[in-house]
Each structure stands twice: as structure tokens, then as C-alpha cells.
Design a protein around this ligand. Structure first.
Ligand code: ADP
Ligand code: MG
Length: 590
């Protein structure tokens, strides 16, 4: 490996800007860090370069731990967006600067400079001043200068940012060629997905300081694991569907789709489906569709863009309509569709026309958090929960919906549910002294995830994770990973052993922590820290939560009978949100 990051964290004013990032970059690999502005890309790159320190974690370059070495000792070449050339020096002097500092002989310097100028296609420009070069040429000089001292790693931070489209493409090609010729391990930072696709061997997508997913461009596009990557890499419609024993269903319609695996004795449940605009088929009638029928809709907007026709289709509402959100805004029922010239000729469409909609390919996200339903004894109480900042933030970042469910007999022993429908997604209730009984009541009636929200809870800065039974480890980790992708918080798994645990048993506890961490990383793409505590589970968790403000607990439990008895102290007058992950049956072995 040429670059290895192990749980790198960098905080500013206490909040993680780079959050527990682990990554291996291979020799000669062209790696692109992609993410929106403010996601922590530059901070991570600066940490690799040694321009800023880290608060946690280790950085190795070619097997050498450089965490505490200065930038100069790390052997990296750097290129930034603003061409940081020395304005008063010629191109030749700019490129030779690092070589002069290293006391290389003049003849050798000249030879190296000429090699580099050839490499970046600027032969003969040696005596120009930066002011006499175009922006694209200046960036080429910056690349040549970064490579002069033969660094082992090349780091580029939005190097094309200030250039116009055509120059950008030329420079892109040059950088790719230089990188291939020198076989130098390269990390390039950009917010532009097209650029990432054009350059990368592999892409790492960052958001809110976390590295969400890493993969080859085609893989990430076809099979994203997260909502963020699905919608950031190209356009995507996110549709709520149900996974049943017979496959995936939208509303009442079954469709064929790549499923995340059989149901494992679980009940039918809600899932999030990704439908790319180019995978939608349109036809006059349901019968003339070649792909699986989704629903009907009306073309609301139609834009001709040359090769492609883009449209937004309002899908018919009605009890069977598939709940839909797309990458351009939450809650909107507009389906994004693109069609090729070929498709346009086969079936011409105008704005306002009604069409039958089919889908050729559906990708199901593995996320266990699909949507939210607030539940209370009255409409106004349920409505008030929707406005709670943590819930509003989560739903908006997940681009998912929040529905309302009124259960007048919530918490009353032996009372049946008022509403006949199953509990879909995460059920949200208010925190108060009876909350544990309410949660238990819901669990006994089929809810699987319950979020208990104190008044005015905001997004947490730290999320504590604990499961009370090993059989719910997998489910708890999956839910935790999903939550942590949507908040800017550090994740800490708390293992708790009884106070009387004999010393000889304690190493087992430590090993369990490491196993939990590896599973979180390998299966759920979640990096977390671990801590081992001793004492009574409920008291220990309550103590940890009370220690600092801004914390949240994700608690995995099995069985639905003794929640109030075992964990009541975690809910009574609590100021922290608790997300309960409940599974009745043992999950599948991983
Ligand atoms: P990106 O390069 O992905 O746009 P950055 O790494 O530059 O993101 O910044 C990530 C976050 O860290 C931003 O919210 C930014 O305001 C904050 N940040 C970056 N540098 C500093 C700093 N020196 N002091 C305080 N906050 C910073
Ligand atoms: Mg940046």
C-alpha cells in the first residue's frame, strides 16, 4: 500500500471535520476523493500532506508511519486550485526551486526540468513568467513543480477548479497521462462527479467528514450502498418499496429487482429502491411496456438537451402509488426520466401527456432506515414530533418522508392497535416518564426500530452504540451505520462487562470489541471507536450519556417483554435521544 489511513479524525471547535476515515490506496493508483463542498476533502488531503496535524489515527506512506513527520519529510508533491506559483520567478526557476533547495547540480536540474516540461506539454516555455501563461498552462507548471523532487505520492486539490471546461479537459488528460507514465500514487480532490469518473481508478465519496463508500466508478454508479452516493453520483429517484417473500413491490405491483437477499424469516419490510432516470421506460399503456410496470403519471416538464431528453413526471397519487423522493428535493413526487434519441423516436411525448411508467432496473439499498412515522395518542402530539429538529434533519438528509400515526391506546396494556397497517420504517415517539412502556407496547405490536425523542433534541455530536444481545449485533450495526451517514457525529461502541468479571475473562471482552469494529467496517462501511466498561448495563449507559451534552444512544435488544424493566432508567426524564433496534429472531450468520 502506498497510502494507509487508519481512523483519521480531525476536529475543529470540537466537531469532527474528518471523522474516523480509514483507507488503503495502492501503489500507482489514481484515487479520487469526491464530495460536496465542506465535506472534509481538503482537510483530509492536508493531513496526508502533513500541512495540518490530526486529532486521532495514523497515516502511513509506503509503509512508513508519517503521522508525526513534517510535510517536508513526507515526500509528497502538492498541487492546489489557486496556482501557487512564485510570481516573480520564471517557469524554469519555479520548477527547479525544490531541486535547488535539495542542492542538486545545475546540469541535473536543467535535465530534470526539461523532462518535466515535456511531460506536461510545455516544452520551450522555460523563460516565461507565470503572468505570461494562461491559467491552464500555469497549472501545468504547478504539476511539473510538484513532481520535480520525485515525490512518492502526488496530491491534487481541485486543480482544475478555476479553469474553463475545454482547458480543464485537456489538463485532465495531461494529468492522467503523466500519472500513468510515472506510475505515481495520486489522490485528487474534487466536488465534480464527471471529473471523478473521467480520472479515477477508484473513487472515495465523502460527506459530513465521513468516507461513505469506496469503489470503482462503474460499481459505485450501478450499486451504491447509500442514499448519498446514489444521488450524488448522477441523478437518482429514491422510491420506497416493500420487500416481501415474493420479491420487491411498489405499491401493489411486484417488480423484478436485485434484492439484498432472502428475508431470513423476517417479516416483510420497507426498503429504499434506487431507480436511475435512464432505467425508466415510458409507453402509452401498461400493456405496451417491455419492463415491469410501476405506475402512471403526467409529464410535467420536458427539456431537450441534444443527445438526451430529460423530463419530470408527476406520478398519480392514490393508495397504490409508490412513495417517491428524488435527488432534487425531498418529498416531491416527481420522477426524473431521461430518454435517448432512439427512445424518443419510438414514442413521442409532449408536456402534459399521461403515460404508463415501467422500470428496467431497480437497485435496493441495504439501508435498514427507510422512512419515519411519528406515533402518539393524538394528532397534534404526533404532528409536534414531526417538527423536532433531529427528526426533521434526519428525514431531510435521508430524503425520506415522515408520516403520522395516531394510536389513542398507546401504552395501554392489552389494547390493540387502532390502525390496522403494519409498522413501516422507524417509529418515533416522545421521551417522557412512560416512554419505555410506550416503546414496549409498540415492539409487541410489530415495530422494529423506535426512536425516542426528547423535546428539542438536535443532531448529536457523539453516538453511543450498544447491543444487549449478540444476536442483534448485525441489525444494530446496520442501523447505526445508516444514522451515522446522516449526522456529523463520532461513533463509539460501548462494550459492558459485569463488574465481577474475573481478570482472566477481560481479554475476551477486548476481542469482542475488535470484532465488532471489524464487522462494522467490513459489512456496514462504518468506522467506530470502541470502549470497554464494567458495571450494570443500563446504569453504565445512563452515566455515559449524562456525562456530555449532545449524545445519542443506539440500543440493540432482543425480545420485547422487559424493555421497561431492564432499560427504564435510560428513558425516564432523559435528555438524549435513544434509537431502539429490536429483533425477535436471530439474524443470519454473517
Ligand atoms: P472541502 O474541501 O470538502 O470543501 P474542507 O476540508 O475545506 O472541505 O472543510 C471541511 C469543514 O471544515 C468545513 O466546514 C470548514 O469550514 C471546516 N474547516 C476547514 N478548515 C478549518 C479551520 N482551519 N478552522 C475551522 N474550520 C475549518
Ligand atoms: Mg476543498
Amino acid at each position: 500500500m502506498s497510502i494507509t489511513l487508519d481512523q483519521v479524525t480531525k476536529r475543529y471547535q470540537g466537531s469532527p471535520v474528518v471523522n474516523d476515515v480509514s483507507l488503503d490506496i495502492g501503489d500507482g493508483e489514481f484515487f479520487v476523493l469526491l464530495g460536496p463542498s465542506g465535506s472534509g476533502k481538503s482537510t483530509l488531503l492536508r493531513a496526508i500532506a502533513g500541512l495540518s496535524g490530526v486529532d486521532h489515527g495514523r497515516i502511513s506512506l509506503h509503509g512508513r508511519d508519517v503521522t508525526h513527520l513534517s510535510a517536508k519529510e513526507r515526500g509528497v508533491g502538492l498541487v492546489f486550485q489557486n496556482y501557487a506559483l512564485f510570481r516573480h520567478m520564471t517557469v524554469a526557476d519555479n520548477i527547479e526551486f525544490a531541486l535547488r533547495v535539495r542542492r542538486m547540480k545545475a546540469a541535473d536540474r536543467r535535465q530534470r526540468r526539461q523532462e518535466l516540461l515535456r511531460l506536461v506539454a510545455l516544452e520551450g516555455m522555460d523563460e516565461r513568467m507565470p503572468g505570461q501563461l494562461s491559467g491552464g498552462q500555469q497549472q501545468r507548471v504547478a504539476v511539473a513543480r510538484a513532481l520535480a523532487h520525485k515525490p512518492e505520492v502526488l496530491l491534487l486539490d481541485e486543480p482544475f477548479g478555476a479553469l474553463d471546461a475545454k482547458i480543464r479537459e485537456e489538463l485532465r488528460r495531461t494529468i492522467r497521462e503523466v500519472q500513468r507514465e510515472l506510475k505515481i500514487s495520486t489522490v485528487l480532490v474534487t466536488h465534480d462527479q464527471e471529473e471523478a469518473f473521467a480520472l479515477a481508478d477508484r473513487i472515495g465519496v465523502m460527506n459530513l467528514g465521513r468516507l461513505l463508500e469506496v469503489g470503482k466508478p462503474q460499481e459505485l454508479y450501478a450499486s451504491p450502498a447509500t442514499r448519498f452516493v446514489a444521488t450524488f453520483l448522477g441523478a437518482a429517484n429514491l422510491v420506497l418499496a416493500r420487500q416481501t417473500k415474493d420479491g420487491i413491490r411498489f405499491g401493489k405491483t411486484p417488480v423484478s429487482a436485485s434484492t439484498p437477499g432472502p428475508l431470513h424469516g423476517q417479516r416483510e419490510h420497507e426498503v429504499v429502491a434506487v431507480v436511475r432516470p435512464e432505467e425508466v421506460e415510458l409507453a402509452e399503456t401498461r400493456e405496451s411496456l417491455e419492463s415491469g410496470y410501476l405506475t402512471r403519471g403526467t409529464v410535467e416538464e420536458l427539456i431537450f438537451t441534444g443527445a438526451l431528453e430529460r423530463m419530470r413526471i408527476r406520478i398519480d397519487d392514490g393508495p397504490d402509488a409508490p412513495p417517491l423522493t428524488n435527488s432534487n428535493g425531498s418529498g416531491s413526487a416527481l420522477l426524473e426520466v431521461t430518454r435517448t434519441q432512439h427512445e424518443q423516436r419510438a414514442f413521442e411525448i409532449e408536456t402534459g401527456q399521461e403515460v404508463a411508467i415501467g422500470v428496467r432496473r431497480v437497485h435496493i439499498l441495504p439501508t435498514p432506515l427507510s422512512s419515519f412515522t411519528t406515533c402518539a395518542t393524538s394528532d397534534s402530539l404526533a404532528e409536534a414530533l414531526v417538527q423536532q429538529p433531529l427528526l426533521a434533519e434526519l428525514a431531510s438528509r435521508m430524503k425520506t418522508r415522515v408520516s403520522i400515526r395516531v394510536e389513542p391506546k398507546l401504552g395501554m396494556p392489552n389494547a390493540p392497535c387502532e390502525t390496522s397497517s403494519v409498522f413501516s420504517g422507524t417509529t418515533v415517539i416522545a421521551a417522557h416518564s412512560e416512554a419505555a412502556y410506550h416503546a414496549q407496547w409498540l415492539l409487541q405490536r410489530g415495530a422494529e426500530e423506535i426512536l425516542v425523542l426528547p423535546q428539542n433534541a438536535s443532531p448529536p455530536q457523539r453516538v453511543l452504540i450498544h447491543w444487549a444481545d449478540e444476536s442483534v449485533r448485525r441489525a444494530t450495526l446496520a442501523v447505526s451505520a445508516s444514522v451515522l451517514r446522516h449526522v456529523s457525529a463520532e461513533a463509539i461502541y460501548i462494550g459492558i462487562l459485569p463488574t465481577q468479571t474475573p481478570a482472566a475473562q477481560r481479554p475476551h471482552g477486548m476481542r469482542a470489541l475488535l470484532d465488532a469494529r471489524s464487522e462494522a467496517q467490513a459489512v456496514h462501511g462504518l468506522e467506530m471507536r470502541t470502549e470497554l466498561r464494567f458495571g450494570d448495563v443500563s446504569n453504565e449507559l445512563a452515566r455515559q450519556l449524562a456525562e456530555l451534552p449532545g449524545q445519542m444512544l443506539i440500543l440493540g435488544i432482543r425480545g420485547n417483554k422487559d424493555l421497561a424493566e431492564r432499560f427504564g432508567s435510560l428513558f425516564a426524564d432523559a435528555h438524549w435521544p435513544v434509537l431502539i433496534v429490536h429483533r425477535e429472531h436471530e439474524g443470519p450468520a454473517s
